[in-house]
Design a protein around this ligand. Structure first.
Ligand SMILES: [Zn+2]
Length: 388
């Protein structure tokens, strides 16, 4: 599909935000509209969700003044109200309480009408799908540590993604993909060789609390770290509103996947030098919910693991030299189960508002601090190279 636009953000947090907002004013507004439309389609009270997001401004101000300043800058630069920009930045945190309210309202009206209660399968919001991976030096052809993912989400978002290059005096330089309007950065690498990839996860207890440090603030903190333990800390140190999966890697050959639920985190380590994850909990400490809505999660991570492990071992179609960027790209183009495949495509049988696909495919070479990737499904087009 398309290359990423790459934008250098420098100066104070507020100046970085203003640059981001001015450059992507239309895209920030479009993202607000896309999310409002999608959540309204699912029966969520989007105005109540926006009010909840507005209350998060002061909370973020306390947790991370720099993040709040960058968010205010985006609002200022784009002309999009701060409440809406904040809604983008805390969308994972505000959707769960909004969903609970929706379900309770539905239950009350059904109780009044004598119908059965809402089926359990409907009691979860839609979250970002994704298939992520990491490969240790022992399994790669060139001894490099690779990580990355296909990031699967609402189709219109593909047009608002960009690569931000943070150039900062007081924190590490960073290259990371983000959605227009979101400060944090989702998938990327910093100058110290610390990388992050993220997947949506849902557990039974999500949304019980209304205010906890938002995940996108934590993602920025991971990329602000100079040391690996400090990169893990933001995900671990405080409880969360909801669940998410976060893969954190280090250029010197370390990968840990963190399955985070509101009150616990399960670490998962590479097996045979390969680590993969999709959108269900692989450990059974909490109730895993997402596979009810998206069963493909049960095979996407497993297939990616098998494909990469075969490359690592030199079996199957592999040339025997180990995992390299070509074999990773081949694995990320897998179409088993299409359209709900690792390389995910729009299911045309669904209404347009529900269309989703792989919006970005990214391979991070942690040693070289470079990203190979593209917007859109990786079977359509070529990877481009972006070095920090
Ligand atoms: Zn494809």
């Amino acid at each position: 599909m398309a290359e990423f636009e790459r934008v250098v953000l420098s100066g104070t947090p507020n100046e970085r935000g203003i640059e981001h907002g001015e450059r992507f004013a239309e895209e920030v507004a479009a993202n607000v509209e896309t999310y409002r439309e999608r959540f309204a389609h699912e029966g969520v009270d989007v105005d109540a969700m926006r009010d909840h997001a507005a209350e998060y401004v002061d909370y973020i101000e306390r947790e991370s003044p720099a993040y709040a300043a960058e968010m205010r800058g985006i609002a200022e630069g784009s002309g999009v109200p701060l409440a809406d920009v904040t809604m983008l930045n805390v969308r994972w945190e505000v959707i769960y309480p909004a969903w609970k309210a929706r379900t309770e309202a539905a239950d009350e009206s059904e109780a009044g009408s004598g119908h059965d209660a809402t089926p359990e399968v409907e009691r979860s919001p839609t979250v970002d799908g994704c298939t992520s991976f990491g490969v240790m030096p022992s399994a790669t052809a060139d001894g490099t540590t690779y990580m990355g993912q296909n990031w699967d989400w609402l189709a219109p978002i593909v047009d608002t993604l960009f690569l931000m290059e943070l150039r900062r005096e007081d924190a590490p330089d960073v290259l990371a993909m983000t959605e227009a309007g979101i400060v944090g950065g989702k998938i990327g690498v910093n100058e110290h060789g610390i990388g992050i990839a993220v997947n949506g996860l849902i557990s039974g207890g999500d949304g019980t609390e209304e205010f906890r440090k938002p995940y996108h603030v934590r993602f920025r903190e991971v990329l602000d770290a100079e040391r690996y333990d400090d990169a893990l800390r933001p995900i671990l140190e405080t409880d969360r509103v909801c669940s998410a999966n976060v893969l954190v890697g280090h250029a010197d050959g370390e990968l840990i996947d963190l399955e985070a639920a509101p009150e616990l985190v399960n670490p998962i380590y590479p097996d045979g030098g390969v680590l993969t994850h999709s959108n269900h909990f692989e450990t059974d400490a909490v109730e895993s919910v997402n596979e009810r809505r998206g069963p493909s999660t049960l095979y996407r991570a497993e297939r990616l693991r098998r494909l990469l492990t075969a490359d690592a071992a030199g079996t199957g179609d592999s040339d025997g030299s180990g995992v390299d960027t070509a074999s990773i790209r081949g694995a990320l183009r897998d179409h088993f189960g299409r359209p709900s495949s690792i390389c995910s495509h729009v299911d045309e049988s669904l209404p347009t508002v529900e269309h989703g696909q792989t919006n970005a495919s990214l391979v991070i070479d942690l040693q070289e601090r470079r990203i190979l990737g593209q917007r859109g499904p990786p079977c359509e087009g070529e990877y481009h190279e972006y070095a920090l």
